[in-house]
Design a protein around this ligand. Structure first.
Ligand code: CA
Length: 222
């Protein structure tokens, strides 16, 4: 496995409300896109990433198919608790995608809430692994912290050597179409590929924070 990440504030926003985590030992990857104004948004995404990570570590012996959505439920509760602690955080929420790669790089589990996404690139073809929790192109139907109950979608994907998995926030996908994502995702080493994706999002306006986690499967750093 090779992993590369980028998170950028973009060209318009003053703050980066996205967050990400890579735990190579647990083979756990998390991204989150905070909502609710800049202070609250930053708190929400950071709280969710941290809580999901801790919850996953505590349940690491469990089947990822159950451990990942459970981690999101605990992250949801953590964001609600943090919001209740400070009036300035009222209404804060966050999307989240959590992904777990098996020790042999053969399987990936993904669970998500909101409109941050996961993609699989295999043999040059881009496949979307998540469906946005959005009404049409409009508001989110669920987010950690703001929904009464959340219902994470969880999927298992069988992987092949050299597959690339991309986790990304909507600052990327609102700027770039699938063809452009596929082109940059396929090009160069994972680090270069991340740079090209972010550069392209900026070239298209960079109106939102952009966060990426790119995992290349079944390869090792020399
Ligand atoms: Ca965003």
């Amino acid at each position: 496995m090779k992993v590369a990440t980028r998170t950028e504030v973009g060209l318009v926003r003053e703050h980066n409300e996205d967050d990400l985590l890579v735990d190579e030992e647990q083979r756990l990857f998390v991204i989150a896109d905070g909502l609710g104004g800049h202070v609250a948004g930053e708190v929400a995404s950071r709280t969710a990433v941290h809580a999901a990570h801790l919850a996953f570590i505590e349940s690491a012996a469990a089947d990822p198919e159950r451990a990942l959505p459970e981690a999101l439920h605990l992250a949801h509760e953590a964001v609600i608790e943090d919001a209740a602690a400070d009036p300035g955080r009222r209404g804060m929420g966050t999307t989240a995608v959590v992904a777990k790669l098996s020790p042999d790089d053969r399987q990936l589990w993904i669970s998500h809430v909101g409109d941050s996404r996961a993609y699989l690139l295999r043999s040059g073809q881009l496949h979307r692994l998540t469906a946005d929790h959005r009404v049409g192109g409009g508001s989110l139907t669920q987010a950690l912290g703001t929904s009464g109950e959340i219902e994470p979608d969880t999927a298992r994907v069988d992987l092949e050597t050299a597959d690339r998995v991309l986790l990304c926030t909507d600052g990327l996908t609102d700027m770039l179409g699938d063809d452009e994502i596929a082109t940059h995702l396929a090009s160069g080493e994972p680090e270069q590929s991340c740079d090209r994706l972010v550069d392209a999002a900026m070239a298209h306006g960079g109106i939102d924070n952009v966060t990426l986690v790119l995992i290349e499967v079944g390869t090792t750093d020399a």
